[in-house]
Design a protein around this ligand. Structure first.
Ligand code: RIB
Ligand code: CA
Length: 324
């Protein structure tokens, strides 16, 4: 399994959603998976911070051999003032990893992504766990990219449930609706792992505390970096758990039958109204007939084997953080 991970990792920026980094650990610690590269996209945090966070994580994982590239700094449509403001507000967030300033090829994630996929046609699986800005740019820049990629497994959207960043939209699609629209209209093979199944995953502060007892540098970093987000979660009025959205998408790459999927036609709301970024999934056949959406453009996750996911996460992430 040859995997390229496109991500917006905030573990290392206090107050950001840290869970991309657990997905990276899951992939890196999975047998039979060769992580061919990690590309950084704007999202949870500005890509400048995401790149620095990913570099620090790879140092702690002793995997600086994995190519790391920084990608798009803004959503495709700069008129989306709220999404741009989201990023600008986060430049001032406290950074506990050293800020780096990649130059040249290290700041050309899209070029790296296109070269890797085109030189290895139908061999590279793309795991996208952030907004789709880098992937959409690759699709637009390279006519052959969508046909050459083996599969795109994405964390994003909703099949039938409410959104998270808004009542209608899931964050990754909301942060760049134009990018999501390009990807869903590209013809690339897509598996969409949305909130419907991701909201069934939970990581509690006690789970991190237990893993950190192993005394590893990684464990200490994870504990320090996740603490503010657990506070955000408990302050949000729900449980004090964070959801492992991206790790479930990663698990679906390693073990596709951990989720159940349905064929669907997914359309993205790219207007400027309150539903902007919403994914409208026509996974019921009669909907495709009524709305004359005959073409299937994605497989959409509608079920999850949560016990299998939890044991996989314990084995390949929490145990490794604990140094077991
Ligand atoms: O909506 C969940 C997604 O937004 C996840 O990828 C999370 O990391 C955030 O980027
Ligand atoms: Ca993410």
């Amino acid at each position: 399994m040859r995997l390229l991970i496109d991500t917006d990792p905030a573990m290392g920026t206090l107050g950001g959603d840290p869970e991309d980094s657990f997905a990276i650990m899951l992939a890196v610690n999975s047998p039979d998976v060769n992580v061919e590269g990690i590309t950084i996209v704007q999202g949870n945090v500005p890509a400048e911070k995401g790149y620095s966070n990913a570099s620090h994580l790879l140092t702690l994982l002793d995997r600086k051999d994995i190519p790391l590239r920084r990608g798009c700094l803004r959503p495709l449509n700069l008129e989306r003032a709220v999404q741009v403001r989201w990023l600008e507000q986060r430049y001032s967030a406290i950074q506990i990893t050293e800020m780096l300033d990649p130059q040249g090829a290290d700041a050309d994630a899209v070029g790296f992504m296109v070269d890797l996929v085109l030189s290895n046609p139908e061999e590279i699986t793309l795991l996208t766990i952030g907004p789709l800005t880098n992937v959409a740019t690759a699709i637009v820049q390279s006519a052959g990219f969508a046909a050459a990629v083996k599969n795109i497994v994405m964390m994003g959207g909703t099949a039938a449930c409410a959104g998270n960043i808004s009542p209608a939209a899931e964050f990754n699609f909301w942060q760049d609706p134009e990018a999501a629209d390009i990807v869903f209209n590209s013809g690339a093979p897509l598996t969409m792992v949305g909130l419907d199944v991701c909201h069934q995953t939970h990581l509690y502060p006690k789970d991190v505390d237990e893993a950190a007892k192993g005394g590893t540098a990684l464990g200490q970093f994870v504990k320090e970096a996740t603490a503010p987000w657990f506070q955000v979660m408990s302050g949000a009025g729900g449980s004090d758990a964070l959801h492992l959205y991206d790790s479930l998408a990663a698990a679906a790459v390693m073990e596709p039958d951990i989720i159940t999927t349905e064929d669907s036609h997914v359309a993205i709301e790219t207007g400027n109204g309150p539903a902007q970024g919403m994914s409208v999934s026509h996974h019921k056949a009669f909907q495709r007939i009524v709305f004359q959406k005959p073409n299937i453009n994605a497989r959409v996750a509608t079920g999850v084997n949560i016990e299998r996911f939890n044991s996989l996460f314990q084995e390949r992430v929490l145990n490794r953080i604990a140094g077991k």
